[in-house]
Each structure stands twice: as structure tokens, then as C-alpha cells.
Design a protein around this ligand. Sequence first.
Ligand SMILES: [Zn+2]
Ligand SMILES: [Zn+2]
Length: 384
Amino acid sequence: MIDEELRGQMVNWRRQLHRHPETAFEEVATARMVAKTLRELGCEVHEGLGQTGVVGTLRRGAGRSIGLRADMDALPIAEFNSFEHRSEVKGKMHACGHDGHTAMLLGGAALLSRDSGWRGTVHFIFQPAEEVAGGGKVMMEDGLFERFECEAVFGLHNWPGLPLGRFALNDGPMMASFDTFELLVDGNGSHAAMPEEGIDALVCASHIVIGLQTIVSRRLSPKEAAVISVTQIHGGEAWNVLPDRVVIRGTVRCFSADIQQRIIELLGEISESTARAHGAIAALSYHYGYPATINAASAAGVAAAAARATVGSDSVTVGIMPSMASEDFAFMAESRPAAYVWMGVDGKTPGAPLHNPHYDFNDDALSIGASYWLNLVKTFGEYS
Ligand SMILES: [Zn+2]
Ligand SMILES: [Zn+2]
């Protein structure tokens, strides 16, 4: 059980991290604090995996091996809060609650270090750069699961909009993939008063943007969820000149590799054929970002059972609408059976949403999260 001392310690860790936010691959002080705390709890500690990642290991005889993952990075957002533990770093803040995730996993390590009711090996994975730079992928490339064998891996995110004391998950897709694309539309520049002398890349690009809207609405099944958003159009600098080139950029989100491939084909097909109709040329560059986060049914069963043991059966929902946002836990989930859960944080008065400059992790959730990690390890052991 969580006593007042550990509860207070988690609040202190969380607020200390909140005061000193560090963004992607700069989590040096955060990693140092995590490593120090894990050592004090009796873990074997490995630093520098995936640049600033930390792995702590607890062993308790023979048994299954499990990975528990938290993210440590902050965001490049200027904090608007005025409370005492507000960010002391200009232009950076923990607006996604990774300060809370880190404190809860440390709390879970503290509970497991003093509990004799489990067997096996637990790897506490503290990853850098979740937000933009794919720190989870970098840890994997650095040999995370070769060096720390995990039969399954589990992740958690605080979820504004879900009441405190509730968990929600799926035994399938949880978060969408996140890719980006760029289309270069090459026409032929001319005087704006004499369009017949050139090929208007701007009009062509406009048709392409409209055409891309038909991929989700007309070309994919209505039963498939996908988003294609054009977020940038760059072209032209003068009132009276038609530019040679227009650059279109955007993002693609979906839940399966098949749909992703179909979208890539259609992005190319629609942009190239539209450009041809205008006498222009379109070239597509597609960048794979984060894959979709898909829970394995077996691991989701363990996570749901652990959540029920933590907050009661009535407070755990299995079967929710997945989010079109993305999560780099997906890289770990591609490699091992995995489950990622949302943990409620809304008190009587709901706080600000994720990535908002008023956001602050709800400290009342810390004990729930740490207990979930303890229950997860115990439940996982029973499922062998
Ligand atoms: Zn975030
Ligand atoms: Zn986050």
C-alpha cells in the first residue's frame, strides 16, 4: 500500500520535474534524478540508452520479465500557470504530464522494491523524446529489448477528459500512426497578367488540396478511420508574379499499415494526375513518423485486470474510441506484446487539456498510477 511518505515523495519528484522541464534528448538532469532514485531503491541502473534514456531493473528470483515504460520529456511551450512549482525554464513546460508519468513509475519501483508478493524481473524503462523525436525508437535501436529481455511491455498516459480513478483501454488500436508528407508542385512562372504564358502552380496546388480530401471521403471505406490534413501551402512572393513552384505539406493518421499504404498510393496518384491535367509536375515525399499504437489482446487483458485491481471493475472501460493522436510507445508495441492505457486525471473541476499552457498533472493521480504498476507486475506473473 502507499503510505503518506511515498505519496509525498511522488509529489515532490513530480513538482521538481515540473519546475525543471527538459525537451527531447536534453533530459540530462531528469535522467540523473531518475537514475539516482532507482539506485536508492535497489535497482540495477543503466544510463545513456537512447542518449538520455534510463533503465532500472529489479529481480526477484525466477519468473517472467516485464517492461514498464514512462516518458520523461517536456514540450517547447511557455507555461501560463502561476503556482509555486511552475516551470523555471523559459519557453518549456511539462504540458503532457510526463513529469507525472516519471514520478508514478518511480513510485511503482518503490512499491515493488518493498513488496515480497511478486516474482520475476521488472525493467523500468524511462525514455526520452516522446513528443517529436521518437526517443522510444532510438532506445530500441540502441538494443533496449536485446539488453533487457521483456516478454511484454506496458505504457500509460494520463488522459484529461477521463475522471480521476478511471482507466480506459482497447484490446486493439489505441492511438493512430503519425506520418508527414510534402508535395512539390512545379509549374512555370509567369507575369500574373499573362497566365497563358506559364503554368500556374498555385491553381494546380489548390486542385490537389481539394483532391486529397476525396481520399478519406470517397476512396477509403467509411468503416476505416484516417485523417489527411494539409497544414501548409507555400508559394509566391509578389502580387503580380505567378510562382514556379508551390510546396504543400501535411500529415496522415490511421490505424493500419494497409490503409497507410493505400493513402500513400492515392497521395501520389491524385497529385500526379492533377498536376498532369494542369501541365505541371507534382513530386511526393512521404516520411514515416510513429506507427499506430495497437494493444495486443493478451497484454490488454493483463492491463485491464491490473486496472480493475487498482480502481475496481466499474471504473475500467475496455472498448473506447481510439485517439487520432499518436504515441511513440508504438515502436515498443511493434516489437513485443504490449498494452497502453489511459488513466483518468479529471478532478471535480477538470484541468486544462494536454499540450495547453495551463496544463498541470493532477497529483491525486500519482498513487493510482503507482498502484497500477504494482498490480500489473503481480497480475502479469499470475498469467504465466
Ligand atoms: Zn504530448
Ligand atoms: Zn504525452
